[in-house]
Design a protein around this ligand. Structure first.
Ligand code: SAM
Length: 292
């Protein structure tokens, strides 16, 4: 890379190679940032998952750079080769077939190795299907738990879903056309028919579809329409709503134990700290229990 992409980038380079982790489109080829294009144009090499796919993307933007292959089947050997190029002072750009590298995509061993070798890694952020889906799905976005792809086998998938039953954050999964119906069925069985959910299909593409509904309705809708079983999917589930009466019940239980041993004010203070609930409210509750 003759000239660095920005002042900040050149300040940190010190003439040593740098790895740029570059997000590319998840469908619409124009969803690529100016900085991503500039970085790809100036990279000594582009480290790509599928060479043919990446050549097409680069050609679409009139970019012609040498490619290095890194995919899940050659990752071990490829990491050593990429590190050698970086140590020789080259600037490389890592891309995957779609979206942000490392998000359900190869690259983690490479980034870890860069950190272990003291090599600079720079993010060139852009599209990712999970963020695009969250932003339009109509479920809470303040907290979310991304769980990537569920296991392919039914029993392993159900086991994983059961492990997520108590999660209060919005759950986000990637899913393929082959398994969308089976996964929705398993979700219905584990989380219940009424759990609010959403499907974001073919984002940024011609047949982009987003639907938010209770799980059982989503399942019925996808089962009845073959078109809704085609393409790429993000599936989102609303998190569990913790039962307020259960929380009250737990607080009462804790207060009773503490009130047996401690003065009221101290018992209430400890219970408020442990439960994270409002001190005054816990004190009022302790008062009520104390009198019984
Ligand atoms: N690195 C990518 C990212 O940042 O989103 C994800 C790569 S992962 C191998 C591919 C999966 O992402 C697909 O099976 C699908 O679940 C999801 N995905 C990718 N593009 C999508 C799109 N345009 N619409 C919906 N889901 C998409």
């Amino acid at each position: 890379m003759g000239r660095r992409v920005s002042k900040v980038d050149s300040e940190v380079s010190n003439g040593v190679g740098q790895l740029y982790v570059v997000a590319t489109p998840i469908g619409n080829r124009d969803d690529i940032t100016l900085r991503a294009l500039e970085t790809l144009r100036r990279a000594d090499r582009v480290v790509a998952e599928d060479m043919r796919h990446s050549r097409r993307l680069l050609a679409h933007h009139a970019i012609d750079r040498p490619l290095l292959s890194l995919h899940e089947h050659n990752e071990r050997g490829a990491v050593g080769r990429v590190i050698a190029h970086l140590q020789a002072g080259e600037c490389l750009a890592l891309i995957s077939d779609a979206g942000t590298p490392l998000i359900s995509d190869p690259g983690y061993p490479l980034i870890r190795a860069c950190h272990e070798h003291g090599l600079t890694v720079i993010a060139i952020p852009g599209p990712s299907a999970l963020i695009a889906a969250l932003s339009i799905c109509g479920l809470p976005t303040d907290r979310f738990c991304f769980d990537g792809f569920l296991p392919r086998r039914h029993s392993a998938r159900v086991t994983r879903l059961k492990e997520l039953l108590d999660e209060t954050a919005t759950l986000v999964f990637y899913e393929s056309a082959h398994r969308i119906v089976d996964s929705l069925r398993d979700m219905c069985a584990v989380f219940g028919a009424d759990r609010q959910a959403a499907i974001a299909r073919e984002l940024t593409k011609l047949h982009e579809t987003v639907k938010r509904a209770p799980l059982v309705d989503l399942l019925g809708w996808v089962e009845q329409d073959d078109n809704q079983q085609r393409g790429e999917f993000v599936v989102l589930l609303a998190g569990t709503v913790r039962n307020a009466s259960l929380i009250d019940h737990e607080l009462d239980h804790m207060l009773r134990i503490l009130l047996d041993q401690l003065p009221l004010r101290q018992a209430a203070g400890i219970a408020a700290t442990i439960s994270g609930q409002n001190k005054n409210q816990v004190y009022q509750r302790a008062l009520a229990l104390h009198g019984r």
